[in-house]
Design a protein around this ligand. Structure first.
Ligand code: UFG
Length: 323
């Protein structure tokens, strides 16, 4: 099976490309390397360095490749940045994604797997969050992803393009080869481990006055290999669908900090500072649909194993991908 995978030099895309290549898929990675790393492109994949905004080129390469599936990871994903520069998010995450959907239709691709996000739900009224919960994003990042879910829905109805919108909760962890290397880094787990590595003096905990048992925000951390598994399963779904992907259990910022301390054996000093704007108190997935309809079975159910995988990756990549 031939897969056209955008964003394969990025964090989740690189892990998914590796997962598919390990299982015998032919993978073409399409990435402009603006935020991705060439070192994260699996050498077994064919690599095309190009931008999704070059519509004619995109349609040409997708048609020529005779792909069975498109997996679309390439996107900007910083919530805070999206509040300052919405145009950047709507242009890349929506307009460029439409180019890709058009290319998929022109190339008669059967299945489109889209990296969506829990951010499409905004501040949920109920947790765990089911797929049909109201979607009211509270930032342009979430809105851009929700808009493209809707585009896919219409393309499915009009052109018969089968799609899966996979809404990741908090993607975390590393594979043996590939891990998280963002610049700037804003995510909790890599920041805690940078403190343990001695690269930062202390971690900042954004608010301990939320309405949660220990006052810090609760998230559902899901390993990137489990996300990769869902992508493979989505190829065989009989029909289009939306799926929330998380373990179904939530951990607070303080619980993650304690786990990181245990895994690393480092005291990881931390200071509570005011809330970060736009953080919902609780985001937990109900992933029953993915388990039932796709046969998805996440393997990393505990945060210790997830954090250990990152800590191990940092042994071989202490500075991420930079030399
Ligand atoms: N946090 C800290 N200190 C830090 C970094 C994060 O306390 O230095 C807290 C945040 O306030 C939040 C939790 O740790 O409560 C997790 O924060 P992350 O930045 O790791 O992840 P988010 O939950 O903010 O974001 C993730 C994805 C987004 C997606 C969002 C869904 O990275 O792409 O979930 O709301 F939009």
């Amino acid at each position: 099976m031939r897969v056209f995978l955008t964003g394969g030099a990025g964090y989740i895309g690189s892990a998914c490309a590796e997962y598919l290549l390990d299982r015998g898929y032919e993978v073409t990675v399409f990435d402009d390397l603006i935020t991705g790393h060439i070192e994260a492109v699996d050498p077994r994949a064919k690599f095309i360095k190009a931008n999704l905004s070059d519509r004619e080129n995109l349609i040409k390469v997708v048609k020529e490749g005779k792909y069975d599936a498109v997996m679309h990871f390439a996107a900007f994903s910083l919530v805070g940045e999206s509040m300052k520069n919405p145009s950047k998010y709507f242009n890349n995450n929506l307009a460029n994604a439409i180019n890709l959907a058009d290319a998929a239709v022109a190339g008669e691709v059967k299945t489109f797997v889209f990296s969506s996000t829990a951010a499409t739900f905004g501040e949920p009224k109920e947790v765990p969050i089911k797929e049909d919960a109201p979607q009211h994003p509270i930032n342009p990042y979430g809105e851009s992803k929700l808009c493209f879910e809707k585009v896919l829905n219409w393309y499915s109805r009009i052109y018969g393009l089968k799609y899966a919108a996979l809404r990741y909760f908090n993607a975390a962890g590393a594979t043996g080869k590939y891990g998280e290397d963002h610049n700037p880094e804003t995510h909790l787990i890599p920041i805690l481990l940078q403190v343990a590595q001695g690269k930062r003096e202390k971690a900042l905990l954004f608010g301990d006055d939320y309405d949660t048992p220990d006052g810090t925000c609760i998230r559902d951390y899901i390993h990137i290999l489990d996300l990769a598994q869902a992508h493979e399963k989505a190829l065989f779904a009989p029909k289009s669908g939306h799926y929330n992907l998380g373990t179904g259990s939530g951990l607070s910022v303080k619980q993650i900090l304690d786990t990181a301390r245990k895994v690393t054996g480092h005291p990881i000093p931390a200071e509570v500072v005011p809330r970060r704007p736009g953080d919902p108190p609780r985001l937990i997935a109900c992933s029953d649909r993915a388990r039932q309809e796709l046969g998805w079975e996440p393997k990393f159910e505990d945060a210790g194993a997830i954090i250990e995988s990152v800590w191990k990756w940092l042994e071989t990549h202490p500075n991420g991908y930079s030399k």
